[in-house]
Design a protein around this ligand. Structure first.
Ligand SMILES: [Ca+2]
Length: 287
């Protein structure tokens, strides 16, 4: 393809302003480089950014003055544009607008777990638009012997406020990636299994600063089904909670499930393996 490069220097103006046009003799006055896809109206092309693997990208000797440097990362089956963020000192992925509505942001599959699972139990799936902290037992929650489930014991305490004081809760966190806007929509339906002396009550809460927690909905009765897969619980709608909408990377949301009302210290509570895939799922809109 023929390529025309026109450099026009406007000497009449101070300071001088140089423009380069490729496939055009009339680069936009607003541009320093104006690339036309075609110079003949029949053949068209695009701009190819530098293509690198992640290890090749990491060989680029970037400094804070390289704010805005652009590459196209091709690594395994991953494909994404990245721009160097000279303030944070990291490569940031560029996402298209409105990439997903009600996407799965984070999900846990408890099927492979033994002895109530690890703490933290890192998520099975984390959408690239967020970072997530794993399911974590509060200091007042103990390991238990249940398999194919995540949870524990130690919920023999009488009320929500006492359970909070005694750290009888499970938590996880999510933080939107830089440059994205995320609105949380729902926690998918899930199953809870408990033992005969296990906790009977609980409540979901959220916090946007890790300190001040707010109830989501009202107190939940965990149910009387003691065998697998336990008791079904309805989806939790988050779309009406304004503090969980239009989140940015400046905010880490902590979810907390406060649990109480067991009649024995070894009474158990588990998020049960109830689906072939993830058993606890948080959804949200990403743009
Ligand atoms: Ca599962």
């Amino acid at each position: 393809m023929k390529v025309l490069i026109i450099v026009s220097v406007f000497l009449l103006f101070k300071p001088t302003f140089s423009q380069v046009g490729i496939n055009t003799t009339t680069p936009s006055p607003a541009s320093v480089l104006d690339i036309s896809s075609s110079n003949n109206g029949s053949s068209y092309g695009g701009v190819m950014p530098p293509r690198v693997t992640i290890s090749q990208r990491d060989l680029i000797p970037v400094t804070s003055s390289d704010d805005g440097l652009l590459v196209y990362v091709m690594d395994g089956t991953s494909r994404f544009l990245q721009i160097y963020d000279g303030v944070e000192g990291v490569w940031q992925t560029i996402y298209p607008l409105n990439i997903s509505l009600s996407a799965q942001l984070v999900g846990w599959d408890v099927a492979p777990l033994t002895n109530s699972g690890p703490s933290p139990f890192e998520a099975t799936f984390i959408h690239p638009s967020i970072t997530a902290g794993g399911l974590t037992r509060g200091a007042g929650m103990n390991n238990a012997s249940g398999n194919n489930a995540w949870g524990g014991s130690g919920f023999n305490i009488a009320s929500q406020s006492e359970a909070i004081t005694a750290n009888k809760f499970a938590t996880f966190t999510i933080t939107p990636s830089f440059g994205l806007n995320i609105s949380l929509t729902a926690i998918e339906p899930y199953y809870i299994r408990r033992s005969a002396t296990g906790p009977i009550l609980g409540i979901w809460q959220y916090s946007n600063n890790g300190v001040d927690f707010f109830d989501i909905g009202s107190e939940i009765s965990w149910g009387d089904i003691l065998g697998s897969p336990g008791n079904p619980h309805a989806a939790i709608d988050l779309s009406g909670i304004s503090a969980l909408q239009n989140l940015t990377s400046a905010t880490t949301v902590t979810f907390r499930i406060v649990i109480w009302g067991a009649t024995g210290s070894t009474g158990t509570w588990y998020i049960e393996n109830s689906a072939s895939g993830n058993d606890l799922i948080l959804r949200g809109n990403i743009k």
